[in-house]
Each structure stands twice: as C-alpha cells, then as structure tokens.
Design a protein around this ligand. Structure first.
Ligand SMILES: Cc1cc2nc3c(=O)[nH]c(=O)nc-3n(C[C@H](O)[C@H](O)[C@H](O)COP(=O)(O)OP(=O)(O)OC[C@H]3O[C@@H](n4cnc5c(N)ncnc54)[C@H](O)[C@@H]3O)c2cc1C
Ligand code: SF4
Ligand code: SF4
Length: 515
C-alpha cells in the first residue's frame, strides 16, 4: 500500500486506540462512583444516641468516634460495610441504609403522650419507651406517677395484703434504673403504695455497669431535671454512690434479685404481676426495664442455685477459685479474661458449644489466645452444660462423653433476649416512625402534669377529656423558658442534695446547663 495512505491510517488507528483506551479508563474511573452509590451509609439520631460507645467498640476499622458523647462517622473510607455498628446500637440511634435512599423507619412502642400503652394503666418509661438518657428517664418516672393520679388511680383501693401470698399495691414498678427509682420516689411523695422489683443485685445496674471511669453526661442539656432523683454530670461511681445515699435517706421499697416474668391485665382493670419470687396485684404497672433484655438461660437442672449467675458483677470478688464461664461472645470472653488475671489466681474454664470464637472482637481474640497459651484459661469448644450439681457441673464434651468438673462459680453469658417480644405479649404494640422521630421534651411533660393538683372529684375521666386544654401540644414546640421544680418545698426532697451534703455539682439539679 502507498506509504502516503498507510501513514495516516496508522495514525488514525493509533488515535482510535487512544480514544478506546480513554473510554475504558473513564469507564473504570466511573465504576467506583457507581458502586459507591450503592454503599451503605450511616444515619445517627443524636436525640437517641446515649454515647454508650457500643458502635465505636464493635467497629473493626475505627470508622466511628464519640464527639461530645455522640457517635460520629469520622473515617467513612475505612468502612468495610459490615453493619455491626447498627446491629449493636441499643437505641436505634444508628442505622445504615443505601446511599441515595431514605434511612429505614424505626419501630417504636405505641404509647400516648404520657407514655401509657394501649393497655390502660400499663406505662412504658425511659429507654425501653424509645426515650433514652438518664435525665429523661428520671423525668418520665415522675410524669407517669402524676399522670396515673389523674386517671383512675384510687390510692389504697386494693387494700392491704388480700392473701398471704399476694402483695397488693397501687403501683408495681419493674426495674430500678433512673426511671424506676424516680417513679418510686414520686409514688412515695404522693403517698401511693408501690414496690420496685429489680432483677439485678443492685439498683441502677445499667449505669453501675458502665465501663470503669465512665462519666455520666446529664444530657440533654436543654432539658431540666424535674424528677425527684438528682441527675448531674458525674463519674458513674459517684452518681451511683450519691443515689444510694438518697435512697437510703428516703427508704424506698426495692426488692433486688427479683425478676418480673408475667404481667396480665385482669377484667377488673387491675394487673396481676408474677415474679420469680412472688405475686402482686396493682392498679398500675410502670415498666422501667431499659433495653438490655433478659439474660438467656441454659434451662438445665441446677441452674437456679446461687453459684450460677447470669452476669459477672465484680471479678475481684473471686480469688483462687475454679470458675466456669459459659458462652462464646465478647461478654463471655471478656468475663473469662477478667477472672483469669494473675493477681486473682482463678482457674477459669470456658464452655462453648461452637468450634471457635468467630464472633468476638479482634482484640479479645488476641487476648484469649494468649490466655490459652499461658494456660490461664481452658476452653472446651463443642461442649454443652448438662446440669449443675452441688459444687460441680456436668459437661457433655465435643467427643460425646460426659464429665463432671468441680466448680465454685459459673457465669452464663450467652446473650440476652431483647424485651420487645415480652412487651408485645403484654399488649404493647410497636409502630414504624421515621428514623428522625423524637418524642417531645420530658421536662415540659412533667411540668404540665404537676402544674395542677390531682382532681379527686373526677377520678375516672378518660385522659383526653380530663386533660384536654391542659396538655398543650403547641407549647411543647415553643421556645424553652426557665422553670422551677413545682414540688412544694415542705413536701419532699427539694433540698435533698444540700441535706445530704452532696458535692457542689449535685446541687445543679434542675439547673439548665447552657453550652
Ligand atoms: C455504656 C453506656 C453509657 C451511657 N452513657 C450515658 C450518659 O453519659 N448519659 C445519659 O444520659 N445516658 C447514658 N446512657 C444511657 C442511659 O444509661 C439509659 O438511657 C438509662 O439508664 C435508661 O434508664 P431506664 O431507667 O430506662 O433503664 P435502665 O437504666 O436500663 O434500668 C432498667 C432496669 O430494669 C431492670 N430490669 C429489666 N428487666 C427486668 C425484669 N423483667 N424484672 C426486674 N427488673 C428488670 C434492669 O436490671 C435494670 O436495672 C449510657 C448507656 C450505656 C449502656
Ligand atoms: S459498617 Fe462495620 S466497618 Fe462500617 S462503621 Fe459500621 S462497624 Fe465500622
Ligand atoms: S451504639 Fe447507638 S447509642 Fe451507643 S454510641 Fe453508638 S449510636 Fe450512640
């Protein structure tokens, strides 16, 4: 071919190749953008974020950090899309959704403005009600008692104990977190009979179990604490100590280590409450159970004896003992590690039905591998507990044979069942709401309710009728004003922090902290 023609042809071919190359490169550059459009991204509702740190700790690539006690996405490029952060978030503050779409709706309990469920007289308060944070829980405890006085509460109507095995009270309070304690104090103030049933061995166990040194932030800072239990910024140990002093002074009826198992509304409108220790009859029930759920049980013989615990409170209480930890998740591994330190000199055995610790965090995996190598912990993979005896446990080992091992304590750490199913069985429904859903401020709710004395001449009016015009929805949205706690000074507790000579920060109760 004529070189005069070949030359331009080659040049054209070259240009064509170049263009094709550019198209391929451009397309390949575009690909990540397209695939990025399909990425799962985070939505975090600050109102529901408690700063519990669970999402931060579970993230394998340190994408999240707490800033001002709220979870924030700091290094999204490192996100491996595992969604564990959303799974562990106890308050649905953090959800993940496809970029370019809307965050998914969240299921919230179907409650009226006063946190009463569709079952009249059954209240759900605090974090379980979708209104987390300590101060909110305290405010709601008081609000529910005040509201119950305005519905068909007839103090003392059930009389004293009807039968020897039945305790009759005006109010049964389930849980001794801030919501339950505050409700109990409000009952005491209003001279209602009540009992607090707490499954744990101590009060406010959610807060008491925060990690060592955790600071309790008295959020939300634009909401006043108008409940009767003081709330202020404080290291958790100090807050719990101060609360215990308050509770001792006030003398609340709290029954520890008592798990409420069943609540049924009777045809007469009262509630039959059954715990693992007794039976109660009440006019109102206030569920202040938080979101940690019921620890799962093994359901094997001997599990009810004292040496078998559903939680590990304080590892320092165990020294020189042979202890069994059952489970294969982070809480089991962390408990075993805390019991197996050289100073405590315990012999720690883990019984886990799985074949490996596949679900635990990387740092726990490293620590447990080291403890196994150093013979501080013995792990029996593929084993199952058959029964607990008097000072021993019978395990079915992976190879099928059974073996009895002498032990002095056992911790069943196999996770918990979220309370949703339990609540649904009681008649508490759940409704979908946008992820941004926020319930109105809790201080205003209390102030509306305590702004008027209970009306004894109208005891049975339905809420809407009795409170129409009283509970002002528009006011909830209006700018906030300073307000004082409306408890008559001579009545109860207003000066409690001073009386108890609490630290100066305790006296900030009911003050607004402006940021
Ligand atoms: C690590 C961590 C850090 C946090 N930091 C903060 C913070 O800085 N500031 C803040 O405001 N909030 C914080 N929160 C959130 C705050 O602790 C909760 O929102 C608050 O405790 C909710 O109070 P509550 O009374 O609704 O429930 P909880 O405090 O959870 O109390 C529920 C109680 O009910 C008991 N119970 C449950 N079921 C039963 C049953 N069937 N029978 C008997 N008893 C039962 C439980 O044992 C528990 O004692 C944090 C939470 C965590 C986990
Ligand atoms: S999806 Fe996984 S990697 Fe991404 S932020 Fe959540 S926990 Fe971390
Ligand atoms: S797990 Fe949920 S509540 Fe806890 S810090 Fe993360 S987003 Fe907030």
């Amino acid at each position: 071919m004529d070189p005069v023609i070949i030359g331009p042809l080659i040049a054209l071919g070259f240009i064509g190749l170049l263009v094709a190359y550019r198209v391929v490169v451009a397309a390949s550059k575009k690909a990540p953008t397209e695939s990025k459009a399909k990425l799962m991204v985070h939505a975090i509702n600050d109102e529901r974020c408690t700063g519990c740190d669970a999402c931060v700790l579970v993230c394998p690539t340190a994408v999240l950090e707490l800033k001002n006690n709220k979870s924030k996405v700091i290094r999204f490029d490192d996100c491996i899309q595992c969604e564990q952060c959303a799974v562990v978030c106890p308050t649905t503050a953090l959800v993940m959704f496809r970029e370019g779409t809307e965050p998914p709706p969240v299921l919230v309990p179907d409650l009226d403005d006063y946190y009463q469920s569709k079952v009249p007289g059954l209240y759900l308060l605090g974090e379980a009600a979708g209104k987390p944070l300590v101060k909110n829980a305290v405010n709601l405890g008081r609000a529910a008692v005040e509201h119950s006085l305005r519905t068909n509460m007839r103090p003392g109507a059930l009389g004293p104990q009807a039968k020897p095995d039945l305790t009759c009270v005006d109010v049964v309070i389930v849980g001794s977190g801030p919501a339950g304690l505050s409700a109990a104090m409000a009952c005491q103030q209003r001279k209602l009979s009540y009992v607090v049933l707490e499954k744990d061995a101590f009060v406010a166990s959610t807060i008491a179990r925060y990690p060592k040194g955790k600071y309790v932030m008295a959020e939300p800072y634009d909401v006043r604490c108008v409940g009767l239990l003081p709330v202020y910024d404080s290291p958790k140990d100090k807050l719990i100590l101060d609360w215990n002093r308050v509770l001792t002074q006030v003398g609340l009826d709290i029954r520890l280590r008592e798990v409420v198992e069943k609540i049924e509304r009777q045809p007469a409108g009262t509630f039959a409450v059954r715990s693992d220790k007794g039976k109660y009859l009440a006019q109102k029930v206030m569920l202040c159970i938080g979101t940690r759920g019921k620890p799962r049980r093994l359901n094997v013989p001997g599990e009810d004896q004292a040496m078998v615990q559903p939680l590990l409170d304080d590892p320092d209480l165990y020294t020189g003992k042979t202890l069994l930890v059952i489970g294969g998740g982070d809480s089991a591994v962390e408990a075993a590690l805390s019991l197996a330190t050289q100073t405590l000199r315990n012999k720690v055995i883990i019984s886990y039905r799985g074949k490996a610790f596949n679900r635990v965090k990387a740092k726990n995996r490293q620590a447990i591998d080291l403890a196994i190598a150093e013979k501080r912990i013995l792990v029996l993979f593929g084993s199952n507990v058959k029964q607990f005896g008097d000072g021993n446990v019978v395990l079915k080992l992976a190879e099928g044979r059974e073996r009895s091992i002498p032990i002095q304590g056992a911790f069943v750490l196999i996770g918990g069942d979220p309370p949703i199913k339990w609540l649904e069985d009681m008649g508490i429904g759940y409704v979908p709401k946008p992820h941004s859903f926020v319930r109105p401020p809790t201080d205003l709710l209390v102030e509306r309710l305590i702004g008027r004395q209970p009306s004894n001449d109208k005891p049975n009016l339905p809420v809407s009728e009795e409170l129409s015009g009283f509970f002002d929805h528009a006011a909830l949205a209006s700018p906030r004003k300073e307000a004082t706690i409306m408890v008559p000074k001579d009545q109860f507790l207003l000066h409690l922090p001073e009386k108890l000579q609490l630290a100066p920060e305790a006296q900030k109760v009911s003050q607004i902290r402006h940021q």
